[in-house]
Design a protein around this ligand. Structure first.
Ligand code: DP6
Length: 346
């Protein structure tokens, strides 16, 4: 018999960035962060987890058809935590099948090109953890699953919730309180949209894992960001979301993206994630907001040149329409293309 469970997890894009680890093994961050979970239909990972006493091979993972190495510490940590939870249930119920002892076979597909340079690890680890939890019939809450997914990739913990999601940095040494939480469901502010501009499909130069560790070790700007600036912005952002105040939401989003990229430039050797097209996108957003006389569009950039532009549906023409005209962005994927997606309610 083969036991099987499938699930999907969406991509999330941070408006207050996670950048820095206080514990690289457990992926414990140096600051809390906040993100918006994007629509499942446009950007998500679909994952099937199966296990069987008949599987003769070891644990395996296939991503978009190609075999991945599962021996890495991050994947192993997720497997180990989930197996331990299943083992506890098996010990209490000796009549259920010992799934925790069977090899795991994971098959994942992204419905967007992994090469697009979008943070796929967030959706990837969130889907992997939930698929195995479903396979093992674990009674775990999204909060508990977020604690496990965090060990796969920090940002993945936020993809276990829909809508507006925070990741509390926590203070416990074992990471037990470093988990994601719902700030507001998508239905609270349903007209939020994200336009993703694929500026470059090339793989990023410096991975986030390496980049953030070098920043923590060398940037003089970093301590102020982690200890003063971000804690203040987290409060401002939560208030802005509660009040559906796009002006503040947008301003804080852009400032935090710029502040994060400033610490990257302040890293030794410096890290450059944005390029000329990224900077052109910033100018376009400034032009849109100046013409509107208020903030109706907000840009943010992760560890790469691709822009994500947040705006409200009523400003679709003024924001997404203009971008598509100016950058030649079309619906779909590829160089210089954009896709406008609504926020997802899990
Ligand atoms: C810039 O979650 O990819 O996207 O924990 O090392 O896997 P690891 O890092 P990762 O870093 C994401 C960094 C970011 C900001 C964010 O998503 O908050």
């Amino acid at each position: 018999k083969v036991y099987r469970a499938s699930t999907t997890a969406p991509v999330n894009i941070a408006v207050i960035k996670y950048w820095g680890k206080r514990d690289p093994k457990l992926n414990l961050p140096t600051n809390s962060s906040l993100s918006v979970t994007l629509s499942q239909s446009d950007l998500r990972t679909h994952t099937t987890a199966s296990c069987s006493p008949k599987f003769t091979y070891e644990d395996s993972l296939l991503l978009n058809g190609s075999p991945q190495d599962v021996s890495g510490a991050r994947t192993q940590a997720c497997f180990r935590e989930l197996r331990a939870l299943r083992k506890k249930i098996e010990a209490e119920n000796p009549s259920i099948p010992p799934l925790s002892t069977y090899p795991l076979n994971i098959v994942s597909e992204n419905n967007f090109p992994t090469a697009a340079g979008l943070a796929s690890s967030a959706a990837g680890f969130a889907a992997l953890v939930r698929a195995i939890a479903d396979l093992y019939e674990l009674p775990s809450s999204p909060t508990e699953l977020s604690r496990i997914a965090r060990q796969g990739s920090g940002s993945a913990c936020r993809s276990l919730f829909g809508g507006y999601v925070g990741w509390e940095m926590g203070s416990a040494v074992d990471g037990s309180d470093s988990v994601a939480y719902e700030v507001a469901p998508a239905s609270h502010w349903p007209n939020m949209r994200a336009l993703i501009l694929v500026v470059s499909a090339a793989k990023k130069g410096v991975s986030s894992t390496t980049g953030m560790q070098t920043t923590v070790a060398t940037s003089a700007l970093f301590p102020a960001r982690a200890n003063e600036v971000v804690p203040r912005r987290m409060k401002e952002m939560e208030k802005a979301i509660a009040a559906k105040d796009f002006e503040t939401f947008g301003k804080v989003t852009m400032r935090d993206s710029n502040g994060f990229h400033a610490t990257c430039l302040d890293t030794e050797p410096p890290i450059f994630y944005m390029n000329d097209v990224s900077r052109a996108a910033i100018r376009i957003v400034e032009g849109i907001n100046n013409a509107a006389g208020k903030t109706i569009a907000a840009y943010t950039f992760d560890a790469g040149p691709n822009a994500v532009i947040y705006y409200l549906e009523e400003n679709e023409k003024a924001v997404a329409g203009l971008f598509k005209a100016m950058l030649g962005a079309k619906e779909g994927w590829g160089g210089n293309r954009g896709v406008a997606v609504p926020v997802n309610d899990e």
